[in-house]
Design a protein around this ligand. Sequence first.
Ligand code: ATP
Length: 350
Amino acid sequence: MAYLQVRDATKSFAGGTTALRGVSLDVRRGEFFTLLGPSGCGKTTLLRAIAGFNPLTSGTIAVDGIDLTSVPPHKRDIGMVFQDYAVFPHLSVFDNVAFGLKPRKVPPAEVARRVPEALEAVRLAALADRLPAAMSGGQQQRIGLARAMVINPRLLLMDEPLSNLDAKLRIELREEIRDIQQRVGIATIYVTHDQEEALAISDRICVMSNGHVEQVGTPEAIYGDPQTLFVARFVGTLNELERGPALADLLQRLDLGAADRDGVTWTIRPEDIRLVSSGAADTAALEGVVSKCTYLGREAHLHLRTPAGDLIVHVVNPSRVAVPAAGATVAVAVGREALMGFDGEGRRVA
Ligand code: ATP
């Protein structure tokens, strides 16, 4: 049985906004599970419902077989880490972390043991006596993490914990959060709108849009095998081919004519298109004119105009291959297996 079970969760706010429309989810024991989606899709509402801050309008939430739907937040034993750190500036690092233990009436000897352990886990043991005010955002967020973990929670919830940090620190701290989570083995639900962060950190990702679940899967499944057009567009870069004779001809040559229907959107990732030498008898070839070429060191992004629409092609290692310049006519081949088709409702059909 799943460790966390959310069933048919709905949430309507006074004023008429419906933030959750029948969300059901299973999170496994020890899993790093990420809620990913655009602003306003309901991620924070769902996280706060699990924490107990936002009671659901209907539906249930159970952890480890215990129904928590009507249990008040402080009795749920759930640790939460917030975007704005929420540390107390007038309390030392030690006291900030010990704070969560107070209402739980933990004996002082145990506080003296558990707080240093939690600080050790987030590499702040040496700074226990400091005040947080003089500390960096990354350090303050580690205090937040230690404070959430020190109560030995059933679940750890994190709401965009890295979004106030600069890009480099964000990458460092996300690796650290992942390491700590693996070591402690605590089931974690992490909210982000950053797809790269979600792919890097998660065991599984739940992509949400407009209050419902689009897809749940491993990072590889979400990126490589999206089940809806929304997921394919939201995670990674997506080329959408233009319907017309050139596309119909390409699909025929690739033996995909039978899978084509009116209203199907055919798509392909930029890295699944490769440059081929012009004039080669490649059944998957399309001709195009380079409208722009952006050199990025590790790769180059070619923007092409083709009879089947504008395409972006990623060329790996552009210092070693001749990358065509703007204005050049080139031929590209699209991988048959990499073409993804979605019907008018956005459901994957090929
Ligand atoms: P973000 O990344 O911007 O935080 P989100 O995916 O977390 O977005 P939510 O904060 O869960 O989205 O909001 C979902 C919807 O519910 C939005 O339309 C939002 O305006 C609305 N909403 C959230 N909290 C409240 C509230 N307390 N009262 C009324 N509407 C709310």
